[in-house]
Design a protein around this ligand. Sequence first.
Ligand code: BT5
Length: 326
Amino acid sequence: MTEKILDILKNSNDFISGEVIAKELKVSRVSISKNIKKLKDMGYDIKSVTNKGYILIKDNKLFNKFEIEKQINTKVLGNKVYFFDEISSTNEYAKSLANSNEEEGAIVIADCQTNGKGRLDKKWESNKGEGLFMSILLRPNVHINNIVQITLLSGICICNGIKKATGLDASIKWPNDIVVNGKKVCGILTELSAQIENVSYVILGIGINVNNKNFNDELKDKATSIFLETNKEIERAKLLSYILNELEEKYLKFKEIKDFTLFLPQYKALCVNLNKEVKAIYKNEEIIGTVVDISPLGEIILKTDKGMLNISSGFVSLRNVDGKYV
Ligand code: BT5
């Protein structure tokens, strides 16, 4: 009922009376006013004027389960939405769902994370109202070596989703960063559970800086947000739906063909590291070379003094030779 009333208010440009809504939905006036109160409690800015009725003040960009379910029109990814105003980490929650046999496609989204994680237990800044923090449960049924390709695949979809929602050109810093104008706008954390080489599930965690107005001292030189790049606040639910649409299509194809070759040209076209001299840092070791290609397995191929070297993502960090982030 609440959802139906909200729909009516969203589609109406003027005041609409409680009586008209009640007639349309074949319910009592009392039920309408109860549900209007519920919507106001959820944060919707609804103005009520005696003898005129109700109007939803537009530009009310709420981010909640209802808005998300309304925007997404995918079949598999997002078939179940778990939404939290606050959570420790969406990846951790998604893992607990996976361990309780939740089906592929469930998605965990939060408005804020108190313990958002990057790789190697690094922290992911996840303030309220600013970002899109989500984790998708996948059961790809592929070899453990193919999992990195899902990270790469999602990078393509995030760039294209950002472009569609905002017009911004985002690129990929291999393997798991999405950058705009040389700064990080999104990070991807792919975690998996496997027995021997059989993957039982993958959690694809995505954190996008959407409406952040500023960053702390540690991040301000290397992080950016869609707002900082466009000066516009965007609806997170809409951005989410663009990303999911494309990810569903590409992921299901990947799951069927179990091969990344088809997507490689798109990945390479978006990758900022190709043909650049880089420093690959793994534990305390540094390898300097030029990225000459990316393999179908998702490795970067480095031309070094000692010859060609394929490096898979693992826990490698990539820097420019001068030490800069991009
Ligand atoms: C990542 O790790 O970039 C993966 C981030 C994944 C976050 C999502 S949010 C939803 C889901 N639930 C989770 O708990 N996590 C996932 P990594 O490549 O290790 O980068 C981490 C580094 O990025 C940090 O050490 C900081 O330097 C930097 N960083 C932290 N917060 C940032 C932010 N909001 N924007 C840009 N950079 C950030």
